[in-house]
Design a protein around this ligand. Structure first.
Ligand SMILES: Cc1cc2nc3c(=O)[nH]c(=O)nc-3n(C[C@H](O)[C@H](O)[C@H](O)COP(=O)(O)OP(=O)(O)OC[C@H]3O[C@@H](n4cnc5c(N)ncnc54)[C@H](O)[C@@H]3O)c2cc1C
Length: 375
């Protein structure tokens, strides 16, 4: 019976970066991915640090968890910068993010939010319209001001995913497409796949996002993992002018410009669920609503054609990341990022690899351990 050091389940940003970190640490690593509905292949490449108004509005009960995790987002962006230097470039730009206000009430909301964020160590400023004009004169006339979070940024996830995957292969990670159907720990860990293949491994990292809940049910964990289908648009190339990540104080939107000049527009508009094993469907009202809002905030977007629109699967939990060994089966390590999981992905991936290798993780994982969901 051949036993490998580490099997990673899930080939999104967390699984890939965990596999890379473990292989760089000298482990023999295999990665099994069902290759369906990876949020990492559908996402917008925003490096989020400030609290997203969308999240506060939709999941108010989880907002305190996100607020407590804000220092983690700062570290996560630094981890992306390290990868960008060592494995990139990924078109990573860190010029900050603007959250726009269209009314005095929205400005007051941003003021309160900025004060809370500053207490967590974020570098934030409030800008009136005249200060905003120096940074972003192309914004719609109705914008009265914004919160600028200097820590935020953006990258091109298509470029990042390809380069990270190539790095994993270069390091000898055995990449397999298969669906993990069950796990057992008797000394080592046994992993059963839909193909009939059985893997025997010293450690397993579960980085399967929406797929982790069913895999750990038999271990007394009741994870509130929820798949959330979301919509995205991208335009043809426009004149390069938008340096910042753009969001809104009340409405669901993120927009940013890639190096190519194309503008990626998303921010949490709904897509149609077709179950976890099928790609979500595009909803016409999300397509139209999302681009209409973008054109209201940045009028020049109204002149551009949308060249592609798609839907992808996000995963939500309780607002906090999930990192650590399964209670009673510590060789099985969970690695699910909290909200804005592409931003948090590489830091969570490296932390999980450290746990698997018996090294000190790059962050205090106590607030994120799976024990909080013991049934
Ligand atoms: C449209 C959209 C836009 C987004 N924009 C942003 C953004 O701009 N910035 C940001 O920070 N975050 C963003 N996100 C969130 C982010 O993409 C995700 O949180 C993140 O990519 C999750 O990474 P992951 O590695 O945990 O999981 P995923 O990338 O979801 O990958 C999980 C993988 O596990 C596989 N899997 C599941 N079950 C099994 C199983 N049993 N066996 C084998 N494999 C399995 C899946 O097929 C999948 O390939 C966005 C999400 C969406 C959908």
């Amino acid at each position: 019976m051949e036993t490998i050091d580490l099997l990673v389940v899930g080939g999104g940003i967390v699984g890939l970066t965990a596999a890379i970190a473990a292989a760089e640490g000298g482990a023999r690593v295999a990665l099994v991915d069902a290759a369906i509905n990876a949020g990492s292949n559908a996402n917008a490449g925003s490096l989020h640090v400030q609290m997203q108004s969308r999240f506060i509005r939709l999941f108010p009960d989880q907002a305190p968890n996100v607020e407590a995790s804000l220092p983690l987002y700062l570290s996560a962006v630094k981890e992306w910068e390290r990868l960008d230097r060592e494995i990139g470039p990924f078109e990573l730009v860190r010029k900050g993010g603007l959250m726009l206000a269209e009314s005095a009430e929205q400005m007051a909301f941003l003021e309160q939010k900025a004060a809370r964020e500053a207490r967590q160590g974020l570098h934030v400023d409030l800008l009136g319209r005249s200060e905003l004009d120096k940074l972003a004169p192309w914004l719609g006339e109705q914008i009265v001001g914004a919160e600028l979070c200097h820590d935020e940024g953006k990258l091109n996830p298509l470029v990042a995913n390809v380069r990270l995957r190539a790095r994993a292969i270069e390091l000898g990670v055995d990449m397999q497409i298969d669906h993990v159907t069950g796990l057992g720990q008797q000394g080592h860990v046994t992993v059963h796949c839909a193909s009939g293949r059985v893997h025997h491994c010293d450690k397993v990292i579960l980085a399967a996002a929406w797929g982790v809940g069913s895999l750990v049910q038999g271990f007394g964990l009741d994870l509130p993992v929820r798949a959330e289908p979301l919509h995205m648009n991208i335009t043809e190339a426009g004149a390069g002018q938008i340096n910042h990540l753009i969001q809104h104080a009340e409405r669901s939107i993120t927009l940013k410009q890639f190096g190519s000049g194309q503008i990626v527009i998303g921010g949490g508009w709904q897509a149609q669920s077709r179950g976890n094993q099928d790609v979500p469907g595009v909803l016409a009202q999300s397509l139209l609503g999302n681009i209409a809002l973008a054109a209201r905030l940045v009028p020049s977007i109204g002149q551009l054609r949308v060249i592609r629109t798609w839907a992808g699967m996000n995963t939500t939990l309780d607002g906090k990341s999930l990192l650590g060994g399964v209670p009673g089966a510590e060789r099985i390590i969970l690695a699910v990022p909290g909200d804005a999981g592409y931003t948090l992905g590489p830091l969570c991936g490296r932390a999980a690899a450290c746990l698997a290798l018996g090294n000190e993780p790059p962050l205090d994982i106590d607030p994120f351990t799976p024990g909080r969901f013991s049934a």
